[in-house]
Design a protein around this ligand. Structure first.
Ligand code: GUN
Length: 305
């Protein structure tokens, strides 16, 4: 049976670290860090994510301000909103929750955020720093995953690491961070030939492709470390019957409640083959939020505010 990589417990440790640092700032008479969260429109999933981020701010003593423009905001008004947060000396970090409504250009908006306040690490300047191996604000999910792997003593040097997914939020930055730790890195994606065979070579497998239960137990090298970044809501019972064969409890819950959350990896099957696995929920999700709190603190301290 694989070891469970408890993302939730490690995220709580990270939050406690941030809380102590914020407390120390306050004792020194300094203002707490401040995160501005921009949520455009009413997307229900985004509302849930933003609620989690604001709650984590409250838990760590970070101040949060929310800006909730309507879904029909124009690009130029969104740009003005971002500019006003850029020039607000009381704001240390700016997060524009994605996805944005279709008429808006996400990249154009993200590129407007001041690199010093870019707590998502999506600005090309920060991406460039990561590319060059320099310090800077880095994307929250991969940086928090790397911290957790290190805390569990996972030695990445010389190991074969496979990143499944090539997004700018997770896949690409994760590959660079694994490379920085001297892993031998492959990026695979939906068009990769023989995905199962490529996965089977991996000592460290990071799944971030957004396909529920794609990675089967038979795709996993015995003893591998599996990090499941996918957070997928499954409502389709026939799909659940296929991917939850080794997780009868999950299938039962799907039948009972009409939906369940699951990762890109078949967790029950992975637990029988892998050396260590992150669960979904309770794995990478909480880590992402903890990474955001770390970045907000870092942005604040770097600004010398
Ligand atoms: N939507 C899904 N993941 C993310 C993220 O990491 N940052 C932002 N801003 N939006 C997201």
């Amino acid at each position: 049976m694989a070891q469970l990589l408890d993302g939730k417990a490690y995220a709580d440790q990270m939050l406690e670290e941030v809380r102590i640092a914020v407390e120390a700032r306050k004792k020194d008479g300094l203002a707490p860090p401040c995160l501005a969260v921009v949520l455009v429109g009413e997307d229900p999933a985004s509302q849930v994510y933003v609620k989690g981020k604001v709650a984590a701010c409250a838990k760590t003593g970070i101040r949060s301000v929310e800006r909730r423009p309507p879904s029909d905001i124009s690009q130029s008004d969104l740009n003005l909103l971002i500019e006003s947060l850029n020039s607000d000396p009381g704001v240390d970090g700016i997060l524009v929750q994605l996805p944005l409504p279709k008429h808006l250009d996400s990249k154009a908006a993200l590129h407007r955020i001041s690199p010093a306040k870019d707590v998502d690490g999506f600005h090309p300047l920060n991406q460039g720093h990561l590319f060059e191996g320099l310090p800077g604000l880095r994307p929250c999910t991969p940086s928090a995953c790397m911290r957790m792997l290190k805390s569990y003593g996972v030695d990445m040097k010389g190991q074969r690491a496979l990143v499944l997914g090539r997004s700018e939020i997770v896949g690409k930055p994760m590959a660079l961070m694994l490379l920085e730790e001297h892993a031998t890195v492959t990026i695979a994606h939906s068009r990769t030939v023989d995905l199962p065979g490529v996965c089977r070579e991996a000592d460290i497998l990071v799944a971030a492709i957004g396909k529920p239960g794609l990675v089967e137990g038979s795709w996993i090298k015995p003893g591998a470390v599996v990090v499941d970044v996918g957070i997928n809501r499954v409502m389709d019972v026939p799909l659940g019957e296929r991917i939850f064969v080794a997780e009868p409890g999950k299938l039962e819950k799907l039948r009972e409640k009409g939906s369940v959350l699951c990762g890109d990896v078949r967790f029950g099957e992975a637990m029988q083959v892998a050396g260590a696995v992150t669960p979904v929920p309770g794995g990478v999700g909480p880590l992402t939020i903890a990474g955001l709190m770390m970045n907000t603190l870092e942005a604040c301290e770097n600004r010398g505010a």
